[in-house]
Ligand binder design. Structure first.
Ligand SMILES: C[S@@+](CC[C@H](N)C(=O)[O-])C[C@H]1O[C@@H](n2cnc3c(N)ncnc32)[C@H](O)[C@@H]1O
Length: 220
């Protein structure tokens, strides 16, 4: 494992014991030049990307479910977006959303270099607002926005998701803080969100304890 993977900002921790986490990352095949550069960029500039272990899960879920249309909420420099775009293939579409125009510019450059620009529509602004204005339904909605907004995202998602579609959310274990006393605002919001997704009659939910916790919900 390179030092960049072993010690970097996006890897997080606190869920799986460090030795096991090291082992999981050591098994990952190398990524291509663009993704490798993005991982280094994210580590250097403290951008909280999902990283390669979670990205592979996202890619697999899109392939298994045959997803062609994906709405991503909180895309940053576009790392997870590229994995989605490669999973949906040339005839698929991924909506990139981020509130930071500088990150969107950077993402655009990476999409060109990765050869996936055709499949990605870039929208700069509030992802929740964009989703609420959507007329279409998606095969996958991926939620990676500010954690205090997670309960609000839950309330917007169901009408925009196809029956059988996947609602996937990153950071639902929040470095283990969900299981500790005295939660602060972000942890409280994640705790509320996790209750909502597990108890919704419209969703079937599992939390995968990989990296910082990934919730996978199927719309019934
Ligand atoms: C964790 S990063 C996303 C990382 C990305 N999903 C990846 O794994 O490559 C979160 C991003 O969401 C953006 N963001 C947070 N709240 C947002 C909102 N309500 N609307 C749009 N973007 C938002 C931030 O600007 C930040 O770039």
């Amino acid at each position: 494992m390179t030092d960049q993977v072993a010690n970097n900002y996006w890897r997080m921790g606190g869920i799986t014991i460090t030795d096991v986490e090291d082992y999981v990352y050591s098994m990952l095949p190398p990524r291509d030049e663009v993704l490798t550069e993005m991982e280094a960029d994210a580590a250097k500039n403290k951008v909280a990307i999902v990283g390669p272990a979670v990205a592979r899960v996202l890619y697999q879920l899109a392939i298994i479910s045959g997803a062609k249309k994906i709405f991503e909420m909180g895309s940053a420099i576009g790392y997870s977006t590229i994995w989605w775009a490669r999973a949906v293939g040339a005839r698929g579409q991924v909506i990139y959303t981020d509130g930071d125009p500088k990150r969107a510019d950077k993402a655009r450059g990476y999409f060109n270099r990765a050869g996936v620009s055709e499949q990605i529509k870039i929208r700069v602004g509030d992802a929740l607002e964009f989703l609420s204005e959507e007329k279409e339904q998606y095969d996958i909605i991926f939620n990676d926005v500010d954690k205090t907004d997670y309960p609000r995202v839950f309330r917007l998602v169901l009408p925009r998701l196809k029956k059988g579609g996947l609602f996937i959310t990153d950071n639902v274990l929040w470095s283990g803080r969900v299981a500790k006393p005295n939660p602060e605002a972000e942890t409280k919001a994640i705790l509320e969100f996790n209750e909502l997704i597990y108890h919704s009659p419209d969703l079937f939910t599992t939390i995968l304890p990989i990296r910082d916790g990934v919730a996978v919900c199927i719309k019934k």
